[in-house]
Design a protein around this ligand. Sequence first.
Ligand SMILES: Cc1cc2nc3c(=O)[nH]c(=O)nc-3n(C[C@H](O)[C@H](O)[C@H](O)COP(=O)(O)OP(=O)(O)OC[C@H]3O[C@@H](n4cnc5c(N)ncnc54)[C@H](O)[C@@H]3O)c2cc1C
Length: 374
Amino acid sequence: MSKKVCVIGGGVAGLAVAIGLHQQGIDVEVVERDKDWKVYHVGIIVQANFIRALEQLGLGKAAVNAGYPYRGARFMTPAGEVLAELPGESQVDGLPGDLGLTRPALHEVLTGKVKELGIPVKLGVTFESFEDRGDAVDVEFTDGSSGTYDLLIAADGNYSAVRKVLWPDAKPAFTGQGVWRYNVPRPADLEWSDLYIGVQNGYKGKAGYCPLTPEEMYIFVVTEEPGNPRFDPATLADEMSKRLAGYGGMLGEAAKAVIDPALVVYRPLEACIMPDPWYQGRVVLIGDAAHSATPHLGQGAAMAVEDAVVLAEELGEDQPIDAALRAFMDRRFERAKLVGTSSIMLGEWEMHPGTAGDPVEVTERIRRTLAEPV
Ligand SMILES: Cc1cc2nc3c(=O)[nH]c(=O)nc-3n(C[C@H](O)[C@H](O)[C@H](O)COP(=O)(O)OP(=O)(O)OC[C@H]3O[C@@H](n4cnc5c(N)ncnc54)[C@H](O)[C@@H]3O)c2cc1C
């Protein structure tokens, strides 16, 4: 039976699921609130399971070509001595294990495919209201149009408006840390993403960098930010530099380039991990709307694309919608929860170093688990 699906949100999860559904022969439409359909300029770190999931959508190679494959992750002391190496392990023949890319580059890969496939996307539009009638969902849009769908997919991110309607008590909570990011030139010999762990200058977190293109890398510093302060935009470069002071190695050198407050991207870390199920009737949450974590494992985008691939596969099967949604949850819940809770735990360990476990062991174990088929 032919199905018709509406996706709210044209980000990583929404675009990936739209591509997957189109490939299954399902009629799909996307609405995206941002009329300019833009993403901010910093980078994103992804691993082999992200590349594998994108490859299932026919986009693995395009993503790799848009970014910079590197050798893997290294854990360092604040002074810049190597503590441990986790080389990336490929899960797709001919494609790498670890990849850095700018957010606009990833956005370009996904939007390019959506346009090529002719999937309808309404920009500057969101839902006004929706009503699940049991056998279909009626949706009214803010541009005055309306539609009737077999399924409404909410891929509208961490602050999901759809989730607010159906689960009004579920809200992202501040985890205690914030992350500061800045793009700088890539040193010619940088082939790893390095994480400098341990308390530095009294700031409880970590710092590091990741190559994004042959010319560019981005540096980040994650710090405890008691009380979740708001910063004057004019002070962002000074605040970030203060948090990077005293680091050694390549990070110490790279930190000198943090001078323009307008190029600093600061985000308090806020997470919301929904319990099973992520659906009510014919409305389902995917990506950050269902399980936003902190970036400690660099897995948010991978979880979003894996959700998309699995949901499209299950909806492509000859089964009722509720059976497809249940099968989707059975394949996705434990995996996304493991990533979410472990990411938050790594941040907790950074803030409470006296009680911390071994972040290298956790990261390595989760990488192995995520290499298993979804
Ligand atoms: C500081 C930080 C660093 C991160 N670093 C990494 C990393 O290195 N690696 C990694 O894998 N992940 C990282 N993540 C996580 C990653 O960005 C997310 O997991 C991923 O973007 C989730 O995709 P999504 O499509 O669910 O949500 P989003 O990417 O947020 O997309 C949601 C889309 O929905 C649109 N939208 C929102 N509300 C509405 C509405 N009401 N109607 C219509 N459209 C709407 C938005 O405009 C947007 O286009 C990081 C996250 C943060 C906060």
